[in-house]
Design a protein around this ligand. Structure first.
Ligand SMILES: [Zn+2]
Length: 109
């Protein structure tokens, strides 16, 4: 009986390890996709911020042309839009079906 109990425990532990590995792998892929999107976004904004530095418009919103608050630039030095314009842009981007199809969904299975 003790041997059966050990076999059962080992099988259960093995199954649990397999499930955990699947979950971790899936979660890792999803997190990697989100990080890639963040890096891409930061890189795009970084390039735009460099262009603004070059043409002397750094610190002004690309969309409404108002000055970006200093505390936002302190926190996100590559910010190229004020907070309301950035929110509006993100809302527009996520509402586009062609982009939404590729947006990673963070879900636990
Ligand atoms: Zn703005």
């Amino acid at each position: 009986m003790a041997r059966f109990h050990t076999l059962f425990e080992n099988a259960a532990a093995e199954l649990l390890d397999e499930q955990r590995a699947k979950c971790e792998s899936s979660l890792l892929e999803e997190v990697s996709a989100v990080l890639a999107r963040i890096a891409e976004h930061a890189s795009e904004n970084g390039m735009e911020a460099f262009a603004q530095l070059a043409d002397g418009t750094y610190g002004f919103c690309l969309d409404c042309h108002h000055e970006i608050p200093a505390d936002l630039l302190d926190a996100v030095s590559f910010a190229v839009r004020c907070a309301p314009c950035e929110r509006l842009r993100n809302a527009e981007l996520t509402s586009r079906p062609d982009i939404e199809d590729h947006a990673p969904q963070l879900t636990l299975q």
